[in-house]
Design a protein around this ligand. Structure first.
Ligand code: ATP
Ligand code: MG
Length: 221
């Protein structure tokens, strides 16, 4: 039987911010295609930091991060073509949507990824309409993201990833700011993405998503 391909491998990774204590020491982990992984641990233990590292926004002080078998290094990420391809394969929903949203309308925000991917205008329009409907935010499409409520911002941030249809979803506290109905909706969405073979890495201080996705846990504490 074939073992599933490892999409993400950390080998003995150490990292600390210049101004702070070391956060990870010789951390190793592997994520297979189609797996769901939940990062757990107390506030400040480094969950968001690890997700940034997986997105190639920061780099190990020691050790190696391999994405699809190849090292992700500062030098490599300085190549715009490589960085773009990594960001299209890994969709990242930030803990704070204000850090993710930068366009002047919800519609532009959700279209940004497909435009960057060079899709045809018809395909872009279709993906945007589908996402707006699926998220039930069509009425917000002309609004500036900074005027939205917390939950509306979160939905917009999820929509911006949905239209890119990445292989890997990384979500930092995705349930935050969502009401009970939206949490149920997101749980169903991620369950269906998992059934379609997507890899899902997330943090959450509550168990609902982990249970639905039968996620493996990695404790960073
Ligand atoms: N840019 C930065 N420069 C210096 N220190 C930072 C930086 N970003 C985060 N930290 C510190 O690194 C530690 C880990 O932060 P991180 O945001 O990764 O934690 P977390 O596990 O995601 O916490 P939470 O559960 O509150 O979201 C914290 O002590 C934080 O203050
Ligand atoms: Mg965090």
């Amino acid at each position: 039987m074939n073992t599933p391909a490892k999409v993400i491998q950390l080998r003995n990774v150490s990292f600390g911010y210049l101004s702070g204590q070391p956060l990870f020491h010789q951390l190793s982990l592997q994520v297979s295609a189609g797996e769901a992984l939940q990062l757990i641990g107390a506030n400040g233990c480094g969950k968001t930091t690890l997700l940034k590292l997986l997105n190639g926004l920061i780099f190990p002080d020691e050790g190696e991060y391999l994405f699809l078998g190849e090292p992700v290094t500062k030098k490599r990420m300085a190549d715009p073509a490589y960085a773009k391809s990594l960001h299209q394969k890994i969709g990242y929903v930030w803990q704070n949507p204000d850090a993710q949203l930068f366009c002047s309308s919800v519609e532009e925000e959700i279209a940004f990824g497909p435009v960057q991917m060079g899709l045809s205008p018809i395909e872009i329009q279709k993906r945007v309409q589908d996402a707006l409907q699926l998220l039930n935010i069509s009425h917000l499409k002309h609004r500036a993201p900074y005027t939205l409520s917390g939950g509306e911002k979160k939905k917009t941030a999820i929509g911006a990833i949905l239209t890119m249809n990445p292989q890997i979803w990384i979500l930092d506290e995705p349930m935050n700011d969502l009401d009970a109905a939206a949490q149920s909706w997101l749980t169903e969405l991620l369950t269906s993405l998992q059934a379609a073979g997507k890899t899902i890495i997330f943090t959450s201080h509550e168990e609902r998503l982990a249970t639905a996705l039968q996620a493996t846990k990695k404790d960073l504490a």
